[in-house]
Design a protein around this ligand. Structure first.
Ligand code: GTP
Ligand code: MG
Length: 213
């Protein structure tokens, strides 16, 4: 898929204020600093579109980007960032979980995993939660440029082995680098295929009590 345009639409803290759910949408989530915003920029070939940082916790809002005027990418705040208070973590959980379970046009959640690490409990638990909720997801292993291909493959296999304790099938997965562009074409092709099958969701409008009869 060729990316012709990528524009920032809106940042949100309220699920009720999201853009209309009339186009396919893909959310990027994962531990703080795993490389969500960097990967989004690489996918659309636009440095600086999604804000990146060396310090974890940069992305704090639900950020919508409109791609080719036909589909949305959503950059979400990372989980597992130690330096946030319990209250703000709980607030985050409530808000992100509400978004992920209620968003009618969400086609796939991309769960980003740091390819340099052994399987992390927090990532496995998050995948399990998505599975329990029946939310479709795919795995994206990030930062593959930082080590040998052999090491990446080992960590990918270990993660899949752990997932097999809960899942019969391993979801689609991609090995990526935002430095080299590894995995970019495959992810865009995956999105293109899912977009083709998009069916406009039927969205219940809130009852505004204006019936006259
Ligand atoms: P939060 O918004 O804080 O949750 O972080 P994030 O997941 O959006 O991570 P971000 O894209 O801001 O990247 C974090 C750091 O990792 C930055 O310093 C990036 O330059 C670096 N980084 C991200 N992806 C890659 C990659 O593929 N290769 C290398 N070498 N560095 C990367
Ligand atoms: Mg970010």
């Amino acid at each position: 898929m060729v990316i012709k345009s990528a524009t920032f639409v809106v940042s949100n803290t309220k699920v009720s204020a999201l853009p209309e759910a009339n186009m396919p949408e893909y959310a990027f989530i994962g531990r703080s600093n795993v490389g969500k915003s960097s990967l989004i920029n690489k996918l659309v070939n636009q440095n600086g579109l999604a804000k990146t940082s060396q310090k974890p916790g940069k992305t704090q809002l639900i950020n919508h980007f409109l791609i080719n005027e036909k589909w949305y990418i959503v950059d979400l705040p990372g989980y597992g960032y130690a330096k946030v208070s319990k209250t703000s973590r709980e607030k985050w959980e409530k808000f992100i979980r509400a978004y992920l379970t209620k968003r009618e046009n969400l086609q796939c959640v991309f769960v980003l995993i740091d390819s340099r690490l052994e399987p992390q409990k927090i990532d496995l638990e998050f995948c399990c939660w998505l599975g329990e909720c029946g939310i479709p997801f795919a795995l994206i292993y990030t930062k593959a440029d930082k080590q040998s291909g052999v090491k990446t493959d080992q960590n990918v296999s270990k993660f899949h082995k752990s997932l097999k304790n809960w899942f019969e099938e391993i979801p689609p997965f991609f090995v990526t680098s935002s430095e080299t562009g590894l995995g970019r074409e495959k992810i865009l092709e995956f999105i293109r295929q899912v977009n083709e099958d998009f069916v406009m969701p039927i969205i219940e409008k809130p009852n505004n009590n204006t019936q006259t009869s």
